[in-house]
Design a protein around this ligand. Structure first.
Ligand code: CA
Length: 232
């Protein structure tokens, strides 16, 4: 695998405007791309529909509290690292947060350097565990990374190793614009010399297997002049 120079994306689910401003400024200056959601439902929506590297999740939120948001995310098989932020420092909150699937926990007011360090830990951990151990679902497709198995309506699909790696890379970079060159480098490797046409051929084969209508794809989209984007 090559080193990805992609900008890391942080979703901040927080309702205190001052803290949103401070954190956004700081994270942006550290090179992160930051988006903020001001309440539970909006946060859950963005966390579900877009791809993030880390989610910073306040506990006391309008609409739905951070514990509920975290639990819902995990129930939807979203494994993005979650760092919970709260003004309440009781040990019970911490235990509850971790039980519901949070990866770490910071009590307000926290030191910015501490937050940056915690984010880096989560990024390192996520990149070392890759796609995690829970199956990934989209439409009628279920992908089990550990077994390298893809099911459609519960029936195993016959994917080649390369098609599986391609699908895995798409899922790991959901919603990102992926050029043919990036796919070649990351899925085929720097040392092989296939042409970018190879990517198109494999994408077509993959679509035949996973798309309800391969001629009108809904998961692996073609971005003309740019490459591909997976939105499953
Ligand atoms: Ca709050």
């Amino acid at each position: 695998m090559g080193t990805s120079l992609r900008t890391r994306r942080v979703l901040l689910i927080e309702d205190e405007p001052g803290l949103v401003l401070t954190l956004t400024d700081r994270l942006t200056s550290e090179g992160y791309e930051v988006a903020a959601a001001p309440d539970g439902p909006a946060g859950l929506d963005r966390a579900t529909r877009e791809s993030w590297d880390v989610i910073l999740l306040d506990v006391m939120l309008p609409g739905a509290n951070g514990f509920d948001v975290c639990r819902d995310l995990r129930q939807r098989s979203i494994t993005t690292p979650v760092i919970m932020l709260t003004a309440r420092g009781q040990i019970m909150d911490k235990v509850l947060g971790l039980k519901l699937g949070a990866d770490d926990y910071l009590t307000k007011p926290f030191d910015m350097l501490e937050l940056m360090a915690r984010i880096e830990v989560q990024l390192r951990r996520a990149s070392s565990t890759q796609s995690g151990t829970t199956p990934y679902h989209f439409g009628n497709i279920s992908v089990d990374f550990r077994k390298a198995q893809v099911l459609k309506d519960g029936v195993e699909l016959d994917l080649s190793a390369r098609e599986f790696l391609l699908l895995k890379y798409f899922i790991e970079h959901r919603e990102a614009t992926l050029t043919r060159d990036e796919l070649l480098n990351e899925v085929w490797g720097y040392h092989s010399m296939p042409s970018t046409r190879t990517v198109d051929v494999h994408v077509a084969w993959l679509r035949q297997k996973i798309e309800p209508n391969p001629r009108n794809p809904q998961y692996v989209l073609t971005l003309h002049g740019l490459g591909y984007k997976f939105v499953g």
